[in-house]
Design a protein around this ligand. Structure first.
Ligand code: ZN
Length: 274
């Protein structure tokens, strides 16, 4: 006999056992969620418990997706690297000169000093990525400021584990995930417009959605693309949902370049049921 608690996109398989505590688990690699409840637990109690842990469940699932799908980059010749949605083959040249990165129509050439460590190669690539983004972002901000009638005081590029972008509503600052450099340019533009719209409406309220739909009618497709493989983000589209805070915006699909340790055997949490 199977019992399932459905919470939006999450289905939680419930089993009952002669135990004292509720066990909620998110299992690798796919993020399957199970809840083992004491035999006599009423369905609504089990459900209320799951609802109260929804944020935690989403966080675990996001983490697992990161671990499962982020291939470790070694920064070696013939490795695939994406720039603006297009795949390039990496070519590593070791030479006694200042490290640099160049690109032609099918190859990214990373020049580093002989014997340089993976971390160094990664850092050089990261700086190059930031440079590419800095070439695009100011132009896009200038394009959208008059349309949205909003002023961006500053923007920041950073590695983010769980989001594509973010903003500080009061300071009028925008944060963009450096991983966006690997996506088609229109997705960068979408994330930017999304964040700029948050400078007007901090939450994902109906007003926000209306604003986005007016200026960026294709936003659902853009969002879907950002959320698809290799790493889906948690569902951030819930309008006015409690998970949305002022500085929180587009959760991301891909993590920073750092590869995390392999998934553990199931992220477990035990909690006493009252
Ligand atoms: Zn948002």
């Amino acid at each position: 006999m199977s019992e399932t608690i459905r919470l939006g996109e999450i289905a939680i398989a419930v089993t009952r056992k002669d135990i004292k505590h509720v066990h909620l688990s998110v299992h690798p690699p796919g993020g399957r969620v199970t809840l083992v409840a004491p035999t006599g637990t009423r369905p609504e109690v089990a459900r209320a418990y799951a609802v109260s842990r929804l944020g935690w469940i989403r966080k675990q699932r996001a983490r697992l997706r990161v671990q499962a799908r982020e291939p470790a980059r070694h920064y070696v010749t013939r490795e695939s690297h994406y720039v603006w949605g297009k795949r390039y083959l990496l070519s590593v040249v070791e030479r006694e000169q200042k490290p640099s990165v160049t690109m032609d129509h099918r190859r990214v050439t990373l020049t580093v000093r002989p014997g340089s460590a993976r971390a160094k190669r990664e850092a050089v690539m990261h700086e190059w990525h930031k440079g590419l983004l800095h070439e695009e972002v100011p132009r896009l901000i200038r394009k959208w400021e008059p349309r949205l009638k909003v002023k961006v005081v500053a923007y920041f590029l950073q590695r983010m584990k769980t989001r594509w972008g973010g903003c500080n509503h009061e300071a009028k600052h925008i944060r963009l995930n450096t991983e966006l450099v690997k996506k088609p340019r229109d997705l960068l533009e979408y994330v930017l417009v999304h964040e700029m719209a948050h400078l007007i409406v901090p939450t994902h309220s109906e007003r926000f959605v209306a604003l986005l739909s007016k200026h960026c009618p294709a936003w659902p497709e853009a969002r879907a693309e950002l959320n698809e493989l290799p790493l889906a983000a948690e569902d951030w589209g819930v309008r006015g949902g409690p998970q949305e805070e002022r500085t929180k915006t587009v959760p991301l699909e891909r993590p920073s370049n750092t590869y995390e340790a392999p998934a553990r055997q199931g992220v477990k949490e035990t909690r006493r049921e009252r």
